[in-house]
Design a protein around this ligand. Sequence first.
Ligand code: IPE
Ligand code: IPE
Ligand code: MG
Ligand code: MG
Ligand code: MG
Length: 288
Amino acid sequence: VFQEKLARAASDVQAYIDRTIQALPSGDLQQAIAYTATGGKRLRAFLVLESAELHGIAREDALPSAAAIECLHAYSLVHDDLPCMDDDDLRRGQPTVHRKWDEATAVLVGDALQTLAFELVLGHSSLPADRRVELGLSLAQASGASGMVYGQALDIAAESASSPLTLPEITTLQAGKTGALIRWSACSGARMAGAQISTLSEFADAMGLAFQIADDILDVEGNEAETGKRLNKDAKAGKATFVSLLGLNGAKQRASELVMQAENALSVYGDRAEALKEAARFAIARKS
Ligand code: IPE
Ligand code: IPE
Ligand code: MG
Ligand code: MG
Ligand code: MG
């Protein structure tokens, strides 16, 4: 079920994003935006669409938010890859934006994709205005200085910390840099419906952490052709990860526990949450 739904989310969201970008003024910036907003697993888009379906929201009302979170995520990757951040030359199997164009383009593409995300959430569905505001506000909180950007700041600071981060510190870092956008995605359907987000939030917190632990494990054990990015970089850069703290086996064990926790959180949904449960298992079984 999950793989089919993920594939459908990927193709629907890609089509939606392509149409949106075609409407932008043509030129280098537009082309770099299109390049950046292509590819990826589209897991966050899947979470938005699945969460919406669980809450009886029409797919066409959820698609703008699914496209938005992928634009915002793509912005975070372009900036993450910059020389002043992780300094990477490969992303999704292609040269990074600052390598293919230049740093100024990469900064601007990120800026543009970030604001485009809010434009989509706030302006492009027939959801009631108060629900769109709630989605936009929560997306701002998930993205900014108490969410993803906060996590990225802790990640960079950890590179030059005088002593290794503790387990609670690494958990806070990862809940920000990766967890916040995943949590927003999983909760978005509940927000569209004006329902409680607590159950999906609990699921997403566990799944998001497991997802980032898997990313850290892939950095050590993954295959560059499959991940489409440079590997064996975290240890050299002095990154604080679950692998650096617990070792590979400890990190794998922690990730498995978190997946079980994520699945258990969904028990109230019964069979209807099967695809989300599979998504949690995919978060750590994936090769890319
Ligand atoms: C990579 O995210 C960066 C992290 C937050 C771990 P993904 O692994 O979801 O990247 P794409 O979108 O599939 O390329
Ligand atoms: C990136 O984390 C998180 C964000 C972009 C917010 P990483 O730096 O570990 O992601 P990769 O490994 O470059 O994809
Ligand atoms: Mg990084
Ligand atoms: Mg990186
Ligand atoms: Mg990584």
